[in-house]
Every structure is written in structure tokens, then in C-alpha cells.
Design a protein around this ligand. Structure first.
Ligand SMILES: C[S@@+](CC[C@H](N)C(=O)[O-])C[C@H]1O[C@@H](n2cnc3c(N)ncnc32)[C@H](O)[C@@H]1O
Length: 233
């Protein structure tokens, strides 16, 4: 059976999609994820959205080379707008900035349903996205880090619980499930630490305080000490 080859980033997202889901892929572009899941027999049907005509046309063209015509619908729309009546159970929003993902969620009140699962793979602003999820009462059920083509990515599995909660700066930046056995997580942690140290130096040279950055660095140092990682940067 023909199946798109997914890289580790999209494989991590695919792994969170439940059996027999009605799957929405927001910002679908090439449509790799829904086509892979249909080929695996994992999902019943897929709702594909993109805000841009070019990527949606690419999704249609790619999908036309697979035998799933009646299981796919295509929507030129901003995020999840207009998709609330589609019976969607699992939603992927991958390959976008964390703030954009948060914005897409906040414009779609129907996702505040504990039965719906969210699969979120931010390319940047991870802390902003996690802070948004916490403030809006979405629990992060699980999370993993993967590396692909030399870059490190987080992929989150979330659902609405209705109970807002607080995260520490470390949890906002790295998640509630830091796994010191996961090389991609460690690589992300150390690269963030290096960037933070450079930012603090720059701000201090400019006479700034860098209080938030220093607080996060202190949490990183504590974490490294607790896990015997203090000699690694
Ligand atoms: C980098 S691609 C990611 C494609 C795929 N989801 C992945 O992770 O490989 C980002 C896609 O999101 C689309 N996009 C950006 N903002 C969007 C929005 N507000 N609603 C829907 N799609 C959006 C872009 O047009 C583009 O096709």
C-alpha cells in the first residue's frame, strides 16, 4: 500500500492520533499526515484546511494520487473556522509558530471539548503556546521531543479539561514531562541554555536586568544538577 514517508517530526504527530479518529489537519500543505493515517487504516476520514490556495492545491494534487477521494474534504480557511460541524475528534496543528497555534485555538471554541484531542507541533514560541494552553484549561496529556534534519522539535498531545493551571518558566519552555533519556530533548535544552546565556550577556552589556532570563537559567541549572547534567552545555 502506497504511503507518504514521514520524517520524525510528523511521525511524532501521527503517533498521537487515535484509532478511528475523524482527523483535522490544519495548515495541511502537502497533506502527508492525513494520507499517511488513511494508508495506515488509523482514521475514518480527514478534514484538511489551509489558509493559502497554493498549499491547499498542493494537498489536493497529492491526495489525487491516492485512492481516498471520498474520505477527504478540503477547506480554504483560517485555522478551524467553519469546521465545527464536521464531527472532528482529533486535530493536528503542526509546523507553525506557537503563537499562531494559540490564536487558531482561541478562534475555535468548539475545541473546548474533553472528547477532542489536539496534536500540536510548534516551530517556535513553545513557552507562549504552553502558557496559553494552561491559562485556557487545556491539559497537556503527553509530550515528546524529536530531531529531524538537525533540528529539534516538541510535539504535544492535549485536551480540554476546563481547569486552568500554572506552569513555572521551566515548564513553559520545556514542558511538564522533561525526559533526560531523550537526546532531542537534551539537545533542545542545551541549545536554549546557550541562547539564554548569550541573551543575558547582551542585555547586561546594554545595561538591562534580564530578570526573566536569569530566573529561567536558574531553573535550568537546578534541573541539570538534579539530573547529573551540570557539566553539559
Ligand atoms: C510549514 S507548513 C506546515 C505543513 C504541515 N502541517 C507540516 O507540519 O509539515 C505551514 C502551513 O500552514 C498554513 N497556514 C498558516 N497559517 C494558517 C492558518 N491560520 N490557518 C490555516 N493554515 C495556515 C500555511 O499556508 C502552510 O501551508
Amino acid at each position: 500500500m502506497k504511503k507518504p514517508a514521514l520524517d520524525a517530526r510528523l511521525r511524532a504527530a501521527a503517533a498521537y492520533v487515535r484509532q478511528d479518529a475523524v482527523f483535522a489537519d490544519v495548515g495541511t500543505d502537502h497533506a502527508y499526515l492525513p494520507l499517511f493515517l488513511l494508508a495506515e487504516g488509523r482514521i475514518l476520514r480527514a478534514v484538511l484546511s489551509d489558509i493559502n490556495e497554493g498549499p491547499l492545491a498542493r494537498a489536493r494534487e497529492h491526495a489525487a494520487t491516492y485512492p481516498y477521494g471520498d474520505k477527504l474534504s478540503f477547506h480554504l480557511t483560517n485555522g478551524l473556522e467553519g469546521l465545527s460541524g464536521q464531527g472532528i475528534t482529533d486535530i493536528a496543528i503542526c509546523g507553525m509558530g506557537g503563537e499562531l497555534i494559540a490564536d487558531i485555538l482561541s478562534r475555535a471554541p468548539f475545541v473546548k471539548d474533553p472528547k477532542i484531542r489536539l496534536i500540536l507541533q510548534p516551530m517556535s514560541r513553545l513557552a507562549k503556546l504552553r502558557a496559553h494552553l494552561a491559562a485556557e484549561g487545556f491539559s497537556i496529556l503527553s509530550e515528546t521531543y524529536v530531531s529531524a534534519a538537525g533540528k529539534h522539535y516538541a510535539c504535544m498531545h492535549a485536551a480540554f479539561s476546563g481547569a486552568p493551571y500554572a506552569l513555572s518558566p521551566f515548564e513553559e519552555e520545556f514542558g511538564q514531562y522533561p525526559d533526560t533519556e531523550n537526546k532531542a530533548f537534551l539537545a533542545y535544552l542545551f541549545s536554549k541554555e546557550r541562547a539564554l546565556r548569550a541573551a543575558v550577556r547582551g542585555m547586561q552589556n546594554g545595561g538591562g536586568e534580564a530578570a526573566a532570563q536569569k530566573a529561567l537559567l536558574a531553573e535550568i541549572e537546578d534541573f541539570k544538577k538534579k539530573h547529573g547534567l551540570e557539566h553539559t552545555l
